[in-house]
Design a protein around this ligand. Structure first.
Ligand code: UDP
Length: 279
């Protein structure tokens, strides 16, 4: 895959580019970014030394954000909101502004590990069931022997643990922090603590560490290419059916929005440097 090569040799095809096109789907911002650009941006974020949050926006994110104002605000303030799922791509197309590609969080995690290995960035894995972060770290290190794992810790998003976890991460002087507490907890956790942990890039990764560790199996590529990853997850983890009710509800709301409000209005925003909307 060309994206993989880009990340191993992050030449930053974004060089000089500081703006991205974005649009809002049901009120949630999505950046029109490719995988190669997302990796290049993550690299630029690390170089900046200033905290940046990356969110992997899928249909469940958007539906949760509709009823959770704090989560909505967190996504709005994130440095980068990548289009994680085919549902988001479908909605953008229906709203008149197709996005250039899917940037699945589960793929971006691999790319960030490759970037970290190539650049000498220190990676911290937080969350997952006990032992999962360690197994994921071992697998990543097997693939990238030069990768520096600054730390791994399961912990929990419970407020009582927050102070101790923050101190633990801060002490490692990590460059990239991946948090696997599921949405929205992981993204809210990052928003609350990104300044304190002093990590330039932090991203919520959902079940990605489970995939890397081999604790869960991702849908085969042919199903993912057909946009049926959700169906595979539903078969493997039937308890997800209630969460997945968000999918048809989302589809109905997007169709309604297209009919009532018309196409979405894309806008440019500055991603590197001062974040601002450019009119
Ligand atoms: N998780 C955790 N602590 C919690 C809640 C969740 O470590 O209090 C982990 C859980 O073990 C899993 C991930 O967070 O690894 C959430 O995965 P899920 O599949 O729900 O996320 P998705 O990929 O659907 O966003």
């Amino acid at each position: 895959m060309s994206d993989k090569n880009d990340s191993r040799n992050p030449t930053i095809e974004l060089a000089g580019q500081r703006d991205l096109t974005a649009l809002r789907i049901l009120g949630v911002r999505i950046d029109d970014v490719t995988m190669a650009e997302a990796v290049a941006l993550a690299d630029a974020f690390v170089q900046s030394g200033v905290p940046h949050q990356i969110a992997t926006v899928n249909v469940e994110f958007i539906m949760t954000a509709r009823r959770n104002a704090l989560f909505r605000q967190t996504l709005e303030q994130a440095a980068l909101c990548v289009p994680d799922s085919v549902g988001v791509l479908w909605a953008a197309r229906l709203l008149g502004h197709p996005l250039r590609g899917q940037v699945a969080g589960a793929d971006l995690v691999w790319e960030l590990a490759a970037l970290a290995a190539a650049r000498g960035y220190r990676l911290f894995l937080l969350g997952g069931a006990p032992g999962v972060a360690e197994q994921a770290a071992a697998r990543l290190q097997g693939i990238h022997p030069s990768l520096q794992i600054a730390g791994t810790y399961a912990g929990s998003p419970a407020p009582a643990e927050e102070k101790e976890i923050v101190a633990r991460i801060r002490a490692t002087q990590s460059h990239i922090l991946l948090v696997a507490y599921g949405a929205p907890q992981q993204d809210l956790w990052i928003a609350r603590n990104i300044g304190e942990v002093a990590v330039p890039v932090a991203m919520g990764v959902g079940g990605s560490l489970d995939y890397i560790a081999g604790a869960a199996v991702r849908a085969p590529l042919w199903l993912r290419r057909r946009g049926l990853e959700w169906l595979y997850r539903l078969c493997r983890q039937p308890w997800r059916w209630r969460r997945m009710l968000a999918l048809p509800q989302f589809a109905a709301l997007v169709v309604r929005s297209r009919i009532v409000e018309g196409c979405a209005t894309p806008f440019r925003r500055r991603v590197i440097g001062e974040d601002e909307e450019i009119r």
